[in-house]
Design a protein around this ligand. Structure first.
Ligand SMILES: [Zn+2]
Length: 556
């Protein structure tokens, strides 16, 4: 057994942002850490989410023993349903993480047969040759964990996502003791979060947002609308506490906001005072200065609650002059255009929109800055170091950050990209063979608001159902469409085949345009999403096929 090797197999999240997934293999046993998704870049029109290619796991399905989840963020759990569709393996994670997973599994009708096992920090599991301990870390989501994995060759520590918050709002401290104890006993390999390696110093505590929010509420004499990630339970708790202090009722808007707060509340992770909650339909019956709306849609996602409020197309909430809108979130690179467009709309309605970096902040990061990363490196003092979670530049910088550990037992740092494995055995560590990896694009409808059947849109599917391009020419001056929209399709129906049907499809697009408000029509992101949704509904009904739909809007 002594010549057995440990393989570290990154399937996503190394050299790219998001879709974290990594396998550990010892002999015939494989455990998988996280199965996340990534949000598609602009160029991937018509695609909703991107997940890792699980070919390696499928080819080795007989050996895959378990999936371990470090936290409930989408870049860690967003692909679980797709992995579970292929492999029937038990899943381990904290209660909150698994509740978020369960919600996604329900959408895929996989909840019934999923083997979800709740783990508490400190619990130890035996999985084949691996002994796994979950330890508590602080992060922007509650119930986040790192993993201490004992293998026959030594201890492997995977930090998951973390920051070292010295004053977490729930007073649940980062378990630095266990990390330090592991470091004392000797750690073979450390895998650590590189997301914020570019930031010097320390990331502010979650509590740092309170002074600014307090100041905003002090000044506000109309409605206050705060957008944040629904999974940021610490942030939500601070908002609820402030609302109570300022005698405002709280209304949660957006599907994910409502379900996640319910889950957190049911688990005792979110304290909600009696009678503070307001139903969406009652917003308008409460004086404007007595309401705080907590809403989803920080990234300008076209069909999110806040985007719809911005174009005055939300049935329960409208923003008026004098209202305050706070984006208590970061701008994820790539989403700038959509977010600024949304802010433009809100500003036009007369709202004061508060967003971006400022001091004191309205948002703090959930990831460790350089000094915190060094703290963890120094406590763990690994023999080998593998930076994870980040683009290549971040992994490389994180590797540099560990240089000083050369004098404290560090033998080598590996900067690897997804697909490049690492091999460890009694003789040392080295790069191993490459495995098949890639990105799988998924077109699932608008997950947050309209839940439709989820379909994997891989190449095979594309070749079966083809694609459809509705082309809309919009007059720049009038904002009106010029003539009936055109439809170009390949591999779906041939034009001569069923021309009546294509004319109907063109009418569907025209109707979507007509039924939209002038303001919506100026927002291409919103229009493309609406056209895609309506046209898909029509095509699926008529043909029961699901071509890839990519609306093209031309300004003439
Ligand atoms: Zn995270």
């Amino acid at each position: 057994m002594a010549d057995r090797k440990l393989q570290v197999i990154p399937l996503g999240g190394l050299g790219e942002f998001g879709m974290n997934c990594l396998a550990l293999r010892y002999g015939d046993d494989i455990i998988v850490i996280d199965a996340g998704m990534m949000f598609p870049e602009e160029e991937l029109l018509g695609v909703d989410v991107v997940i890792p290619d699980f070919t390696y796991l499928e080819e080795n399905r007989a050996h895959v023993r378990a999936l371990l989840l470090t936290n409930g963020h989408e870049d860690h759990i967003g692909a679980v349903a797709f992995l579970l569709g292929e492999l029937d393996i038990p899943i381990y994670g904290t209660e909150f993480t698994l509740a978020l997973v369960g919600r996604r599994l329900e959408e895929h009708d996989l909840k019934e047969r999923a083997k979800l096992n709740v783990v508490r920090p400190g619990d130890r599991l035996e999985i084949g040759p691996f002994q796994v301990e979950f330890i508590h870390v602080t992060h922007s989501i509650v119930s986040a964990t790192a993993l201490v994995i004992t293998t026959p060759l030594g201890t492997v520590i995977h930090t998951g996502d973390f920051k070292v918050d010295p004053t977490p709002t729930d007073n649940d401290l980062f378990d630095l003791h266990t990390l330090a104890e592991c470091g004392k006993r000797g750690v073979l390999l450390l895998l650590s979060d590189s997301t914020n390696v570019d930031r010097p110093g320390y990331t502010e505590s979650e509590r740092a947002v309170r002074p600014r929010l307090e100041d905003i509420l002090n000044r506000a004499d109309k409605r206050v609308v705060v957008a944040c990630f629904s999974s940021s339970v610490h942030r939500l708790q601070q908002l609820i506490d402030l609302a109570q202090e300022f005698e405002r009722k709280v209304c949660f808007l957006g599907r994910s906001m409502v379900t996640v707060t319910e889950i957190a509340h049911s688990m005792g992770l979110l304290t909600v005072p009696d009678r503070i909650l307001l139903r969406p339909q009652d917003i308008s019956s409460v004086p404007r200065n007595k309401v705080m709306v907590v809403i989803s849609g920080t990234q300008g996602e076209p069909m999110s609650a806040l985007s719809r409020v911005a174009v005055d197309n939300h049935k329960n909430l409208s923003v008026e002059s004098g209202d305050t809108v706070v984006l208590s979130s970061r701008i994820i690179p790539g989403n700038e255009k959509a977010i600024y467009r949304m802010i433009n709309h809100l500003s036009r309605r007369g709202a004061e929109v508060i967003y971006g970096a400022m001091n004191p902040p309205v948002h703090v990061s959930g990831h460790a800055s350089a000094e915190e990363l060094k703290l963890v490196l120094n406590l763990v003092r690994p023999k080998y170091f593998l930076p994870v979670h980040g683009e290549y530049r971040q992994l490389a910088k994180h590797a540099k950050l560990a240089e000083h550990l050369r004098y404290a037992g560090l033998e080598e740092t590996f900067v690897l990209e997804t697909g490049q494995t690492l091999e460890l055995d009694a003789r040392g560590a080295r790069k191993g063979q490459r495995v098949t990896v890639g990105r799988v694009c998924i077109d699932s409808g608008t997950l947050d608001e309209v839940v439709e059947d989820l379909v994997i849109r891989d190449r095979r599917h594309l070749s079966e159902d083809g694609f459809v391009l509705p082309i809309i020419a919009i007059n720049k001056h009038t904002g009106k469409s010029e003539g009936l929209p055109e439809i170009v399709s390949r591999g779906f129906v041939s034009a001569g085949d069923d021309s009546q049907f294509l004319i109907e499809a063109r009418t569907v697009v025209a109707r979507t345009l007509e039924s939209s408000s002038a303001e919506e029509r100026t927002d291409w992101g919103v229009m493309k999403e609406k056209i895609r949704t309506d046209l898909r509904r029509f095509l699926t009904k008529q043909t029961s096929r699901r071509p890839l739909i990519i609306p093209v809007i031309l300004e003439i």
